[in-house]
Write a protein that binds this ligand. Structure first.
Ligand SMILES: Cc1cc2nc3c(=O)[nH]c(=O)nc-3n(C[C@H](O)[C@H](O)[C@H](O)COP(=O)(O)OP(=O)(O)OC[C@H]3O[C@@H](n4cnc5c(N)ncnc54)[C@H](O)[C@@H]3O)c2cc1C
Length: 543
């Protein structure tokens, strides 16, 4: 949590200096930064509160504690971030090409594509593993035990860390981390697709995985091992292309990501060089009032933090007003779904074909949904198949549903006004009036006494002089006949004063433990026990 929080503080909005004592981080960003931590023990919320106390938009008093400065600890000083220890410059100069025989080493770190090529071309029969962020070993645990002859760290190859922007689109080197890719895409925030992709990428794993894991690593995991990737689904919808360098020959080939995912698993010595997200251009015969809509979706067990999706989806649609001006026509659309229990991200092509050229109406949407149900079907053995399929329908409806109301004309696809999920250790009572008074908050008995520290606990009461202690003796067997009760070797342990059974109940008393409406339970088992765990006797002792 500390490392994630530290990284979030360093990367907080740098456009203007923050207020004294806090950073430009928002409380929502602070919460998001640490959301990858899976622990949800009672200490979690106060820890999240502590992280939020760095942010400028939080009322510290609301979080239930005072600022650190008030407690004598130093306030947050954003200027100190420049003193953060990074990889020392003088060591960077030490990074050299391999001027010696690379076969001497198990780990290599080539600094150019040609060097990588010669490494991969070394003797046949040598098993090689390309390594970027190496986060995949966190998911594929068996990878840790696999034996490779050689490991090649590809992160220092300039061609693999390239960022190129031109009118054709954005090209990102495969060894760029997910965090860096988000930063690059955010620089083009005005471009809808890029902003949406960046926003979705922030939901991948946790900050520390995103800071190390690369886009190339993610795509290869999806291509080779059918990993339920978010990245590939959204990039298929964005019509991304990939550049591959083939084993040995060094020949470079370009595929659409969709084609690449369907190809046989990439060979161990082939390299994914880069990924390109093309700029959107309206179709050739599209009318002038054409808009591009792009949206991504994801449903996972937790909204923030490490949780793979039950299903993810990304849709792009080129739409325009029909001639009469009373409806929205879908000129073209691309509907990608992934992580729902298929090998790769999948396009709902029948639905795409059906919608092309249609004016969006309730009837058209219903027909599209019924086609979709047949297309998005999880593979046999996938957990929660019904739920996953229903998510596909929900997301499709959410995307196209707004077009029937022409809401897109008022600015197109806007962020939905969903409340930001916020946690706090301060008391939060969510009341639901629907079945009132069921759902109404009630005060916990003794809460005030406990919270004020006035509650008296039995363990805290000093024992009176000659206090006696007692313990129940339970049956370990059901339907067991009790022949006698005694001590091992007939020796009474020190301090034991006696054993009370049903036979000791005074005349006129009843052997009743709890009384119910219909029946009562015995206090002590009599001759035969009813069940294991039934009380047989009560032992009284001085100690
Ligand atoms: C806890 C956790 C949660 C995650 N949650 C999500 C999630 O919600 N959504 C999601 O989409 N992803 C998720 N991921 C996946 C994550 O995005 C990937 O682990 C990461 O992107 C892989 O990148 P890497 O650089 O660490 O790859 P590495 O582990 O270094 O490599 C992965 C594989 O790809 C190969 N490889 C890497 N780069 C290249 C290349 N350029 N050319 C050829 N082969 C290459 C390697 O040889 C290796 O076989 C999660 C991962 C973890 C550990």
């Amino acid at each position: 949590m500390s490392v994630s929080m530290f990284s979030a503080l360093l990367n907080a909005d740098k456009t203007h200096p923050p207020r004294a004592g806090v950073s430009n981080l928002t409380a929502a960003e602070a919460e998001k930064a640490v959301s990858g931590n899976l622990c949800r023990c009672t200490g979690y919320r106060p820890l999240v509160d502590a992280c939020k106390s760095f942010s400028a938009d939080v009322d510290i008093e609301d979080l239930g504690f005072n600022t650190f400065c008030k407690k004598g600890l130093p306030c947050y000083d954003h200027t100190l971030s420049s003193q953060v220890c990074t990889f020392p410059e003088f060591l960077k100069k030490e990074l050299k090409s391999l001027d010696d025989d690379p076969r001497k080493y198990r780990w290599s770190s080539p600094v150019s594509i040609s060097e990588l090529q010669s490494l991969l071309g070394l003797e046949n029969g040598v098993s090689v593993k390309l390594v970027a962020g190496n986060t995949s070993t966190g998911y594929y645990k068996e990878e840790k035990d696999k034996k490779y002859d050689r490991f090649v760290d590809i992160r220092r190859i300039p061609e693999l860390t390239v960022v190129r922007r031109d009118e054709k689109g954005v090209e990102l080197g495969a060894a760029i981390t997910i965090s860096k890719a988000i930063e690059v895409l955010r620089e083009n925030e005005s471009v809808l697709i890029l902003a949406k992709i960046a926003a979705h990428m922030e939901k991948i794993a946790s900050r520390f995985v995103r800071n190390t894991g690369t886009i190339g690593g993610n795509i290869i995991m999806a291509q080779r091992k059918h990993f339920p990737s978010d990245l590939t689904t959204i990039l298929v919808a964005a019509r991304a292309t990939v550049k591959i360098m083939s084993t040995g020959s060094g020949v470079q080939e370009q595929y659409t990501l969709e084609e690449f995912l369907q190809r046989p698993p990439l060979e161990a010595k082939s390299v994914l060089l880069s990924l390109t997200i093309p700029s959107w251009r309206p179709m050739k015969y599209s009318p002038l009032n054409t808009h591009l809509l792009f949206e991504t979706y994801r449903a996972a067990p937790r909204p923030l933090g490490n949780a793979l999706a039950f299903l993810n989806a990304a849709f792009s649609a080129e739409v325009s007003l029909n001639k009469a001006g009373d409806g929205v026509v879908v000129n073209d659309c691309l509907l990608a779904f992934g992580a729902y229990g298929t090998k790769h991200a999948h396009r709902a092509k029948k639905v795409e074909d059906f919608l092309a050229g249609k004016v969006i109406s309730d009837e058209v949407l219903l027909e599209a949904i019924s086609l979709l149900k047949d297309e998005i079907v999880p593979d046999k053995g996938t957990s929660n198949p019904g739920y996953r399929s229903s998510l596909a329908v929900t997301f499709l409806f959410e995307f196209f549903g707004s077009l029937t109301t022409n809401s897109w004309l008022n600015g197109g696809c806007k962020e939905p006004l969903k409340p930001v999920a916020m946690l706090s250790s301060a008391q939060q009572i969510v009341e639901n009036q629907e079945y009132s008074p069921v759902g109404k908050g009630i005060e916990k008995t003794g809460a005030k006494l406990q919270a004020s520290g006035e509650a008296v606990y039995v363990d805290d009461i000093p024992s009176p002089e000659n206090c006696l202690y007692g313990a129940f003796i339970y049956s370990t067997m059901p339907l067991a006949r009790i022949k006698s009760i005694g001590f091992k070797e007939n020796r009474v342990p020190e301090g034991v004063l006696g054993i009370i059974t049903y036979k000791d109940i005074p005349k006129g008393g009843q052997n009743v433990g709890t009384k119910g409406f219909f029946a009562s339970d015995l206090l002590f088992a009599e001759e035969v026990t009813h069940c294991a765990g039934q009380i047989i006797a009560f032992l009284v002792s001085l100690l």
